[in-house]
Design a binder for this molecule. Structure first.
Ligand code: FES
Length: 111
């Protein structure tokens, strides 16, 4: 059974395959920043290591790119990434390192 380890809390939980990181955190009462839970706001970014997660969909990739975050799979949106197998470490401290409002200086789509 896949496992999630939330750091720095050192909380580990076994989860059914295909469980979203955000769902597992909420079930375990792990405090995590999030907003829309629907790949729109970008507040739920976490750093991940190890384990196997579902591949990044285009919507998630586009949002991470808009915020200037890594696209190599080391950063995922907790409301989108699902656990497939293995043991995945989720670094919650990463959430303090970025703001979803800080995108690359490309003008964005602000009116
Ligand atoms: S909670 Fe809004 S993008 Fe994940």
């Amino acid at each position: 059974m896949p496992q999630l380890i939330f750091q720095p809390l050192n909380v580990s939980v076994d989860v059914a395959p295909n469980t979203k990181i955000l769902v597992a955190a909420n079930r375990q009462k792990v405090s995590m920043r999030y907003g829309c839970a629907a790949c729109r706001c970008g507040t739920c970014g976490v750093k991940v290591a190890g384990g196997e997660l579902t591949p990044m969909r285009d919507e998630e990739r586009a949002l991470l790119q808009r915020m200037g975050l890594a696209l190599d799979g080391s950063v995922r949106l907790a409301c989108q990434a699902r656990v497939v197998d293995g043991s995945t470490v989720v670094d919650l401290d990463f959430q303090d390192t970025y703001s979803p409002d800080d995108g690359p200086a490309d003008g964005g789509d602000e009116p």
